[in-house]
Structure formats: C-alpha cells, structure tokens
Write a protein that binds this ligand. Structure first.
Ligand code: NAD
Ligand code: UGA
Length: 468
C-alpha cells in the first residue's frame, strides 16, 4: 500500500482531457513529475512543439500553463512502458467512443482502448500502482480493469511484488473552458475502495481544490455519476430546444421563457440556451451508453426516457436544415450558403458531433454549395466530417469550400447560417455582407447570439432559434 506522497504520474492518452488535466496538475504540483503518453506520435510531437500556438488542443489559457511546466515537471512522450514503470499513479484517459459494430453497436462504449491500456499497465507497472479511471466509462468497468490488473499481481521474476488499486475519478471539464474548469472545479469526484489510494489522489487535488469540493464515493457511484451528469446537462438542452420549437409556432420567445424559468432557483439559469442541438464528443455517446446499460439491466422504460433526449437533439438539427430549405423557396440546389462556425461550440477546434456536421450534410444532400468559415477548425477536419458516406454517390450532392472570413463566405450567398457562437460573430458588419449577397438575403441564427436589429436594418430576413 502506498503511503509515501505521490512523486510520479503517468497519464495514458494525450487528448482533450489528458493533456489539459495533466498540465494543470503539473502546474499546481511542481514537486510531482507528470508524463503524458500516447501511441499517436504526431499528437505527442504537437504537444512538444516549441510554438505553443500549435498544441494539438486549442483551449484558452492552455498554452500558458504548458509553457510554465513543460520540460520542468510536465513531459509528453510515446514511451508508454517506461512512463508506466516509473509511475506511482497511472491515469487512463483514453478515448471511449460508441461502438460501431458488434454487440451493442451504436450505443455501448467501445472499451478496447481502456482494456489495452489496462493490459499495458498490468505488464509494465512496478511496485504498488494506483490506476485511475479518468475516461468516462460504463458503470462497473472498474470490475474489468481490476480483473486485468489482478492477473498480473504478485511476485515478479525480478523478486519484486506488483500490486494495484483502482480508483474512478471522472473528469467534468467542458471544452473551451477546460483550464478554468480544472483550476476551479465545482467538485472533484473520487470513487474507490481503498482509503489510502483515495487519500493519495485527493492529496494531489488538495494542492489547489478546497477540501469540501473533493467528494468521495464508492466506485460504482463515481462511474455512474459521470454518465448521469452528462445526461442531465444534455436533457436540459433537449428540453429547451423542444420548447424553442413551440415558441417559434406560438410567438413566444425562448430566451424570455428561459429567463423566466431559470430565475426559479430550483431550475437555475445555466444550460438553458436553445440552439442547434448539443454536439461534442460526449453527450450523445454517454447518453447512448446509459441507454444501453438500462436495457442491459432490463429497465426499458428508463432507456426510452433517456433515448428521447438524443432523438430530440437529432430532430432539432434536421429541423433547422429543413427550415432553411423552406425559407429559401423550397430549394437550395446550387445556391450558395454561408456557414459561420463549424466547431461544436465556441473557443474550441473540436468538431466531434458538431451540429454543423448534420445540418451541413442535410444541406449538401439538398444540393447546396456551402462556403464555410470557422476561426479555428481546419479544412482537413471539415473535409473528414463532411465526407460522403461510402456508396452514397447516386444523387447530385452539393459541394463546399473553406472561406477565410464571414464576408468572403457571404459573397454571392443567399443566406448566412450561424452555427457556432464564436464571439466575433456578434460584430459581423451586416451592411457589408448585405452588399455582397443575393437578395432576398437571409440570416439563420441557430445560436440566438447576433444583433438582429442591425441585421434587419441592413435588409436581411432574420430567423432566430426559438423566436422564428
Ligand atoms: P481523445 O480522443 O482526444 O484522446 C484520447 C487519446 O488516447 C488519443 O490521443 C489516443 O491516441 C490515446 N490512446 C488510446 N489508446 C491508447 C493506448 N493504449 N496507449 C496510449 N494512448 C492511447 O479523447 P478525450 O476527448 O481526451 O476523451 C478521453 C476520455 O475522457 C473519454 O472517455 C471521454 O469520454 C472523457 N471525457 C472527455 C471530455 C472532453 O471534453 N473531451 C470531458 C470529460 C471526459
Ligand atoms: C460537456 C459537459 O459540460 C462537461 O461537464 C463534461 O465533462 C463533458 O461534456 C464531457 O464529458 O465530455 P462539452 O461537451 O465540452 O462538455 O461542452 P458543453 O459546454 O457542455 O457543450 C456541449 C454542447 O451543448 C455544445 O454543442 C453546446 O453548444 C451545447 N449547449 C450547451 C447548448 O446548446 N445549450 C446550452 O445551454 C449549453
């Protein structure tokens, strides 16, 4: 059992969670050596790029944190084995996407990367090692991790004894605010069985997180709390988006409704922003995982309840695409449409499950020509996201091109669609855009963040989510 303070940390997975989380731990705990490892050599190379503007993850404030610690007590490496061997604690922060085939395809989490990394820890660890589930996992995954580690436990040929303790420590950061979320978390959650291991991990967070914000639970509560938190957050978004559609039909205004209900302290004001539906790598995957688990345990009604949150989300995205077609006289074939924003939310370059993907794909299927501008998303990423499904070449799909500004995207367009709430869109020069667009020109504000008065004064027809 480890009683000495933690001196070395290894994190397997240098992604959106592993990178920023370990950077903040290294920043707040200069006495601990932190090594983040990944199989993806180009990702590690980017984390080691001398130009901090080229880190693989765009997150406000991340460059400064990495700049302070990298080379001091924060290291990025592809040498997974030796980082594990030296570590007192190993965080598993690998991807856990939805399975695409086999048992549970489309709903269950694909745990192959968790299993592979647990096996690597089993093989390479030395002495006593605390293994921390940082990835979001189905409840009871720790059982699997423990079983893999247990098979390697005991005396080793070099005369040492290998032992493990497993903890669950899910991450609640949101992209775009990751650094602030990590530095001032609402709570840190640690689930486990061994008090010494729990306190060792709590001791790391204790360097900067107030003790009352460090919650301790059993393993299963911790694993399930993560899925539940995301399900509750996503459910609020589907709830407000369902009301947005009703507002559009009744001349109610969803922003006013959100303010009115959010003032009730039992409801609260956060996560009531109507929009093009939630995107991001986790909400959909985690709810589908919850749905799968509920069905597995025979709770079909519970599964159906949560599944509706995801179905409403997809419906909202298709609805917006349909509505654009209808407003543009029932056809967008060969019409140029300016798409402003492709990331799933502002302040990130991440496009995983971005609402823009489904909305743009629907419009491409309708034959539209899209001019896409996003301040942070690369052309290659958009190309990968809008790639035509294999075997779907039988109709006249439209095309797309990248634009370098909102103005360039709007040139010759019939409509501007705002799909991400980048702050720079609040200052769009509507008069200039109107001058270069075809008339009648439309603005579809799926985020309800623009200055609609200015756009209307510039001659635009304006549609706003939840207002019509
Ligand atoms: P990611 O895909 O950005 O990063 C995962 C990394 O793990 C990849 O770079 C991959 O190459 C690496 N990897 C996989 N198997 C490996 C192995 N065996 N050895 C070494 N490296 C390996 O994923 P992410 O967004 O960082 O998410 C990681 C986990 O955290 C997921 O379970 C996710 O649900 C959860 N989570 C994500 C967020 C978020 O905002 N992205 C927030 C909270 C929790
Ligand atoms: C979300 C959770 O907020 C994090 O707590 C969690 O750790 C993370 O998922 C995860 O497990 O991956 P993230 O997806 O990064 O974080 O970003 P959010 O701010 O939650 O936004 C998700 C989506 O919901 C975005 O597309 C956003 O535009 C949308 N959203 C959010 C709304 O449409 N309305 C809102 O009121 C809030």
């Amino acid at each position: 059992m480890t009683t000495h303070p933690i001196q070395t940390i290894c994190c397997i997975g240098a992604g959106y969670v592993g990178g920023p989380t370990m950077a903040v731990i290294a920043d707040r705990c200069p006495q601990i050596q932190v090594t983040v490892v990944d199989l993806n050599a180009s990702r590690i190379e980017a984390w080691n790029d001398p130009d901090l503007g080229r880190l693989p993850v765009y997150e406000p404030g991340l460059d400064a944190v990495v700049g302070r610690c990298r080379g001091r007590n924060l290291h990025f490496s592809t040498d997974v084995q030796s980082a594990i061997a030296q570590a007192d604690i190993v965080f598993l922060s690998v991807n856990t996407p939805t399975k695409t085939r086999g048992v549970g395809a489309g709903q269950a989490s694909d745990l192959r990367w968790i299993e592979a990394s647990a096996r690597q820890v089993a093989a390479c660890a030395k002495g006593h090692t605390i293994v921390v589930e940082k990835s979001t996992l189905p409840v009871r995954t720790a059982e699997t991790v423990k079983a893999i580690l247990a098979a390697a436990q005991g005396a080793t040929p070099d005369g040492e004894t290998k032992s493990f303790e497993v903890l669950s420590n899910p991450e609640f950061l949101a992209e775009g605010t990751a650094i602030a979320d990590l530095e001032q978390p609402d709570r840190v959650l640690i689930g486990g069985e061994d008090p010494a291991a729990i306190e060792a991990l709590a001791g790391i967070y204790g360097h900067w997180v107030p003790s009352e914000r460090i919650l301790r639970t059993n393993l299963w509560s911790s694993e399930l709390s993560k899925l539940t938190a995301n399900a509750f957050l996503a459910q609020r978004i589907s709830s407000i988006n369902s009301i947005a559609a009703l507002c559009e039909a009744t001349e109610a205004n969803v922003q006013e409704v959100a303010r009115a209900i959010g003032s009730d302290s039992r409801i609260g004001s956060k996560f009531l922003q109507a929009g093009p539906g939630f995107g991001g790598s986790c909400f959909q995957k985690d709810i589908l995982n919850l749905v799968y688990l509920c069905r597995h345990y025979g709770l079909d009604e519970v599964a159906a309840y949560w599944e509706a949150v995801v179905q409403l989300n997809a419906w909202q995205q298709h609805r917006i695409a349909r509505l654009v077609v209808n407003k543009l006289f029932g056809t967008v074939t060969a019409k140029r449409l300016a798409i402003l924003g492709f990331a799933f939310k502002a302040d990130t370059n991440d496009t995983r499950e971005a609402p823009a993907i489904r909305i743009c794909s629907d419009l491409l299927d309708e034959g539209a020509e899209l001019a896409i501008y996003d301040p942070k998303v690369s052309e290659g990423q958009i190309a990968a996201d809008l790639e035509q499904p294999a075997g779907d070449g039988g109709h006249d799909r439209g095309g797309w091109q990248l634009s370098s500004s909102a103005l360039e995207a709007a040139r010759g367009a019939d409509a501007v669609l705002v799909l991400t709430e980048w702050s720079e869109f609040a200052a769009i020069p509507w008069v200039e855009l109107a001058a270069v667009m075809r008339k009648p020109a439309w603005v579809f504000d799926a985020r309800a963040r623009l200055d609609h008065g200015v756009a209307r004064a510039a001659g635009f027809h304006v549609w706003v989510v939840g207002q019509g």
